[in-house]
Structure formats: structure tokens, C-alpha cells
Design a protein around this ligand. Structure first.
Ligand code: TRP
Length: 343
């Protein structure tokens, strides 16, 4: 059976969205609306795998929803909601906790990084995180999932869970008269390396909300002045820009800024260097600052306006939640029968 092309992606509301989240994920959500049925989720249940102050969680949830909409996600064409409104996510995640193996979870590099030496003392939810993520995706039988390359391993695990469920319950699936390929094998839509945005202070580190330096990242809420200053103060080497992409090798800061220019202007790095190669930072940085301000400052303004208007944002999330729940319940209804739960 062919599954209709459906996209699902999720962003954690853990505060302080930045340019990396925008170029690596949120911006890519917009054109998919033309070709796919699109479901975009603020994954608040994932967020609480590490401690979140409740009021900060509410604020961050609205911030992510506002970013989706300010970036061009249309809440009428797409389903935009926060995960915890649709209880079927938790319900399917429990079933998947019983399908997945502990060994699979222990091998997840994101878990190992987040738990560090403290793996006995992190939440059980942090270990089970990928099983909830598989539930997010498979509840909607999504066939394509746009994510950054750090999520590749979690998507492979989603495929493993889908395959093991289809296999373990093969007889029951047939007995219930359902398609033997009950869950689809999801394709990742991994962002290319050009959308891996690095710190403005150190081109070898990813732009991150946990970097102590505010100068290292452009927040999606920064105003024109802040955006422009951060770009003009970004760390660079003294050489002028190369004329060819090869010349960016071993120059992480130059590579990052050219990459940001390319992403924001929908050009290739080659095209950017055709324009700026051989010139110094005195020409490139102001051009990049103007470009970034033109694109990001209006979005920041719209985000700030939406975040204040909690009635509108909450109504969008509620409407999205109802539409999501209707789809989710179809899958869960079948899953309960397949597993052997009486209702
Ligand atoms: N784990 C993802 C991240 O940290 C967020 C996420 C949760 C997600 N559920 C998802 C992404 C489902 C894609 C699909 O970025």
C-alpha cells in the first residue's frame, strides 16, 4: 500500500530559538506545505525529559509556535500543535517502550552525550525519548521527516521500531484485516551540511542555546540592531574571501558566514563567492548584516507580537491539537486491536 506523502517534524520548547533552528529546521517546513500534508509539533513532552520550570515551558511552547507561524507555516494548511494535547502520543510511546530494547536506547549517542557520567541519575524519560519520537512520527504514519543530521540515529531507531512492531505483530495485523506493512518505514529528509550553522565566535562549534556567550548566536527574537552588531563582530580570520569553495577549507568561520549568506539568499556558496571572492570582510560583513536584518528582523517582530497574543496562539494550538487527535486516534484504534487491548 502506498502511504500518502505526509511530513511530521517536531521542535523542543526549551527556550531561545536561534538562527541554527531556523535555517536547519523551521524554514524548511514552509515549502513542504506545497507538496505534502504537513504536521508540525511543539514537543513539550520531550522537553520535560530534563527539568523545565512550568511557566518557562509554557512561554517556550508559545515561542516555538510563534516561530513556525512567523516563518510562514500556515496553521490552516498545516497542523500546528503541542504534543501534550494529543494523549495518543503517550499511549503509543508506551507500546513502543515494550517493542524497543533497552540496548537500542543505550546506544543512542544523544542520550550518552546528555547523560554523560550521570547516566544512573537522569530521568527514565531521557532514555525512552527516542521511543516517544518514534510514536510522534508513526502515529501519523509520516513518510518524511525533516530534521538536522543530529537526529539521524533517532530516525533509524524509528525505522527499527516500525519494522519490529510489524514483525512481532504480523499474525495479529493480518487477523485484524490490516495492511501487513502497518507502520511505514520513514525516510529522513536530513538538512545538508550548508544548513549546519556554527557559533559566530568559534566556527568549529555548533550554534547553541547553551553557549554562555550571547554573541555566539543570533536569537530569532533579536532586533535589527542586535542582528547587525553580532554579524559585524563575528570572529573571522584576516584573509580575504576565496574565489572558490575549496578555499574555505580550514577556514571554519569564513565557511560558516558564507554558508549563512548562501542559506539566507537561497544561493550556493559558489554563487556567493562569485560575488564576494577576493574582497575583504569590510565588504562582506555589512552585506551579510543587511541580508540577515531584512529577513530576520520582520520575523522577530511578528514573533514578539504573536507571543504576546496568547489567546490567538493557544487557539491555534488547540485547533491543531483537535485535527491531530483525529488522525492519531485512527492509528491508535488499530494499534489497540493489534496488541490485544479490549475496549
Ligand atoms: N528529537 C528532536 C530534536 O531534538 C525533536 C523531535 C521530537 C522530533 N519528536 C520528533 C523531530 C519527531 C522530528 C520528528 O530535534
Amino acid at each position: 500500500m502506498a502511504f500518502s506523502p505526509r511530513v511530521f517534524s517536531g521542535i523542543q520548547p526549551s527556550g531561545d530559538l536561534h538562527l541554527g533552528n531556523y535555517l536547519g529546521a523551521i524554514r524548511r517546513f514552509v515549502p513542504l506545505q506545497d507538496t505534502h500534508e504537513t504536521i508540525y509539533c511543539v514537543v513539550d513532552m520531550h522537553a520535560i525529559t530534563v527539568w523545565q520550570e512550568p511557566n518557562a515551558l509554557r512561554r517556550a511552547t508559545r515561542e516555538v509556535a510563534a516561530a513556525f507561524i512567523a516563518a510562514g507555516v500556515d496553521p490552516k494548511r498545516s497542523i500546528v500543535f503541542n504534543q501534550s494535547q494529543v494523549m495518543q502520543h503517550a499511549e503509543l510511546a508506551w507500546v513502543f517502550n515494550c517493542v524497543a530494547r533497552i540496548g537500542w536506547m543505550n546506544r543512542m549517542t544523544q542520550f550518552k552525550d546528555k547523560a554523560g557520567k550521570n547516566s544512573e541519575n537522569v530521568s527514565l524519560g531521557l532514555l525512552a525519548y527516542p521511543s516517544l519520537m518514534a510514536a510522534d512520527i508513526l502515529l501519523y504514519k509520516a513518510t518524511a521527516v525533516p530534521v538536522g543530521d543530529d537526529q539521524k540515529q533517532h530516525l533509524e531507531l524509528t525505522r527499527d521500531i516500525a519494522a519490529k512492531f510489524n514483525n512481532d505483530y504480523a499474525a495479529s495485523i493480518v487477523e485484524q484485516g490490516l495492511d501487513p506493512d502497518f507502520f511505514p518505514i520513514t525516510e529522513p529528509l536530513i538538512a545538508g551540511p550548508a544548513t549546519r550553522i556554527m557559533s559566530l565566535r568559534d566556527g568549529t562549534k555548533k550554534m547553541s542555546k547553551s553557549d554562555p556567550s550571547d554573541q555566539s548566536r543570533i536569537s530569532l527574537l533579536d532586533d535589527a540592531d542586535a542582528i547587525s552588531k553580532k554579524i559585524k563582530k563575528a570572529t573571522t580570520d584576516p584573509a580575504e574571501l576565496p574565489v572558490e569553495v575549496e578555499g574555505l577549507k580550514g577556514r571554519p568561520e569564513a565557511d560558516n558566514l558564507v554558508g549563512i549568506y548562501a542559506a539566507l539568499s537561497d544561493k550556493t556558496k559558489t554563487e556567493v563567492l562569485a560575488e564576494f571572492g577576493g574582497h575583504g570582510w569590510g565588504k562582506f560583513k555589512p552585506a551579510l548584516a543587511d541580508l540577515a536584518v531584512a529577513q530576520l528582523a520582520p520575523m522577530a517582530g511578528e514573533m514578539r507580537r504573536l507571543i504576546e497574543d496568547t489567546t490567538t496562539i493557544d487557539a491555534i494550538l488547540r485547533d491543531g491539537g483537535e485535527r491531530a487527535a483525529a488522525l492519531a486516534e485512527k492509528t491508535m484504534h488499530d494499534v489497540r486491536r493489534i496488541v490485544g487491548f479490549i475496549r
